[in-house]
Each structure stands twice: as C-alpha cells, then as structure tokens.
Design a protein around this ligand. Structure first.
Ligand code: ATR
Length: 282
C-alpha cells in the first residue's frame, strides 16, 4: 500500500463486507503503472452508517469511489445526479465527482458486455440470449446487452414475477421476454448465449447448477458472473459438452476499467488489470 502523498487523489470502494475486494489491488497497481499520484482504499461501511460515510468521503475530498453490496441502491439517495444507464438499472457501482456534484454510474453491465464481445463480437445483436436471474446483476447485464443492440433476450427466474417486472422495466429499451423456467428449459437448444447472474454454484461445496447442461446448442457461450471459483461446476460441465465458457473475471476487470477511465480520463491497461486479478485468484 502506497503512502499518502501531498496532492495524491483518493479513491475507494464502500461495501460490507469489503475485506476480500480485489479492487484496491487492481486500481493501486494501475495508478502506479500509469504514474498517477492516486490511492484506492476499501472502506467497510455498515448500512446504518452509509449517509455518514458519504458525508465523510465528501468532506475528505475523495475524487470518486466504487460502491458494492449492500449499498448499490441505497447510495443513490445521496447523489446529485444519475447517469441514464444507472437510472434504468436502478443501482450505482461507480461515483464520480463532477462539476454538477456527485454523479452515479453503473459500469457493471458494460464491463460484462465488453468481456462477452471478446467471445461473440459482431454476432451479439443476432444472438438468442438467455439471462438467468432477475436481481440487480441481471438488470445491469440486460441493460448493457440491449444498449449493445441485442434484440433477442429472454429472462427467467426462480420467482417468475420478478422476471416479468424486469421485462416491464426494460421495455423502453428493447423487447425483452420473460419466460417461466420450465418453458425456457425446453428452449435450451435455441440459445446462443446463456448467462447466469444468480449465486447458484458459487459455494465450493455445491454441485447445484443454475441451468441444465444437456441439450445445449453446439458451440454456444455459457457464462457465469461468478469468478471465485474461476470455473464453477456448471462451466466445467458445459465445457465438457462443447460450450465456449466465460466466467465473471472479465466483468470485474471491465467494470473497474470503465470506472478508472471515468475518474482519471486515462484508458487503463486492462490486460495488466486482468493479470493482477488472475494472479490473486489463480
Ligand atoms: P444481485 O444484485 O447479485 O443480482 P439480487 O438482487 O439479490 O442479487 O438477486 C439475486 C438473484 O439470484 C435473484 O434473481 C434470485 O432469485 P429470486 O428472485 O427468486 O430470489 C436469484 N437466486 C438467488 N439464489 C437462488 C437460488 N438458490 N436458486 C435460484 N435463484 C436464486
């Protein structure tokens, strides 16, 4: 951890718990690599202190920060403005101090789609995409997919009413279709890309999978937002059946890279950011 120097800019992440966040490592390495006098710190902020913490960060002259679980929604009430994407998603993960005040962005979805584009490229708009889950992560991913002109997006979720609500929410952007799980399962062979946004499969003790791996379309992309473990059981099994797999490291690096650029105006070395993260996880 670098020593705080005069004129050094401060950035950080607020969350609870936040001790295992890889963001400080990734951003501090990049600040150093770019020779920027800046410093990034993880602040563990309990929900009841969120307002006080925000005031404190402002008073201390922090230039920008990330927001993670559980504050991504609650933090919006303390901001001076919201970017269009963050408004549609209904959650903020990046805050930038601008002329107009503290402005909230959501870089999660775009971070994810950037990594997906490295797999599917220009085929994205024509791809038949299934998104599993209808929470905050699904909202971010679907918003970014439709922002990148995806036209065939199906949402399925354990609680179907939430999938329907998400379909409504995205209606201003594109035709997104909510399907009950049983029905969507029957359509498995038709999906070019299947994205799990739920936490199913995250626990090392579980063999549970978010979606059946039998009947996958040959060569389809099977993607999990989870990056720890790097390869969930689901990704392993899908790969055995010929799927092209994508885990959540690209999303994590991507969201951080977009935040970095918003804060500094400098495009970071994403390959280096990726290597720093992989070294830690691998
Ligand atoms: P996040 O911000 O990470 O998306 P969230 O908003 O709490 O978190 O949403 C979690 C999503 O994972 C939801 O779609 C949830 O399904 P429900 O709406 O039915 O709760 C889904 N999810 C979580 N645990 C799950 C499980 N064990 N099986 C199936 N879906 C699960």
């Amino acid at each position: 951890m670098s020593r705080l120097l005069h004129a050094e800019k401060m950035y950080g992440v607020i969350g609870h718990p936040v001790g295992h966040s890889l963001s400080p490592l990734m951003h501090n390495d990049q600040f150093q690599h770019q020779s920027l006098p800046a410093f990034y710190h993880a602040f563990d902020v309990m929900p009841e202190y969120l307002g006080d913490a925000l005031q404190g960060l402002k008073a201390l002259g922090v230039s920008g920060f990330n927001v993670t679980v559980p504050h991504k929604i609650e933090v919006m009430q303390y901001l001076d403005g919201l970017d269009e994407e963050a408004r549609l998603i209904g959650a903020v993960n990046t805050i930038v101090k601008e002329e107009k005040g503290w402005i909230g962005y959501n870089t999660d979805g775009d971070g994810y789609v950037q990594s997906l584009l490295s797999k599917v490229g220009s085929a994205l708009p024509d791809s038949n995409i299934l998104v599993i889950g209808a929470g905050g992560a699904a909202r971010a991913v679907i918003s970014a997919l439709t922002g990148h002109k995806a036209e065939q997006v199906t949402i399925t979720n354990r609680t179907f009413s939430k999938a329907e609500a998400l379909q409504e929410r995205m209606a201003e952007r594109a035709a997104v279709c909510a399907l009950p799980t049983q029905q969507a399962e029957k359509e498995t062979p038709s999906f070019d890309i299947i994205i799990n946004t739920t936490s199913v499969g995250m626990s090392p003790q579980t063999d549970r999978m978010p979606w059946p791996v039998d009947g996958l379309k040959p060569g389809c992309v099977v993607s999990d937002l989870i990056y720890n473990p790097l390869k969930t059981k689901w990704l392993q099994e899908a790969q055995k059946r010929g799927a092209d797999i994508l885990n959540g490291t690209g999303m994590f690096v991507g969201q951080g890279a977009i935040a970095f650029e918003k804060w500094t105006g400098i495009q970071p070395d994403t390959k280096r950011m990726h290597n720093v993260v992989m070294k830690q996880l691998g």
